[in-house]
Ligand binder design. Sequence first.
Ligand SMILES: N[C@@H](CCC(=O)N[C@@H](CS)C(=O)NCC(=O)O)C(=O)O
Length: 205
Amino acid sequence: MAKLTLYHAVQSRSAIARWMLEEVGEPYDIHLLNLSKGDNRTAAYLAVNPMGKVPALQHGDAVVTESAAICTYLADAFPKAGLSIPIGDPRRGVYLKWLFFSPGCMEPAVTDRAFPRKEEPRRATLGYGDFDTTMNVAAQAVAKGPYLMGEQFTAADVVVGSMLRWGTMFNLIPPRPEFAAYTERLSQRPALQRAEAKDKELAAA
Ligand SMILES: N[C@@H](CCC(=O)N[C@@H](CS)C(=O)NCC(=O)O)C(=O)O
């Protein structure tokens, strides 16, 4: 089987891909980068990800970057893990919507609020519209549970859940009971606990 290698840095967005790999349950290697030492700006790493960002995933000859794309790719590449909604299933559209909603709407909404622009752009020009609508849509989606797609945990929960966990932890997303209940459910997942324990070990080394 083709080897899986995650280009990873602790306390970074590559934790999303690490969690996903633990959910998939296949063996993988970690190629650890120290961002503060500039490991992500070396010619060798820029050949892997010209953006100079983590995460990046190597799977045999394939290189995938962008955390949401990595989660989508892994869910499709390892269908036995049951983390994807397959092509042909009518629920796939909603599943893909959530995989794109986090990087396309939630993250820009959060970062624009954290680093405000000098001039407020017109709502219609922003892909996410406005912060409150984005968060209301996310809150409504996670309220019923247990997961975004109902009973089935999917890659979309890794992506949206990571965003909500990170955003609420740093008070960039306002606390709401729907978010608290959902992220609490996610924190019970053994794969997430394993990913966090392994990263804690790496951080302490
Ligand atoms: N859109 C990318 C963002 C990745 C990203 O911004 N990673 C940060 C770590 S959280 C990084 O590599 N920063 C190092 C740098 O830009 O120098 C994704 O979701 O994978």
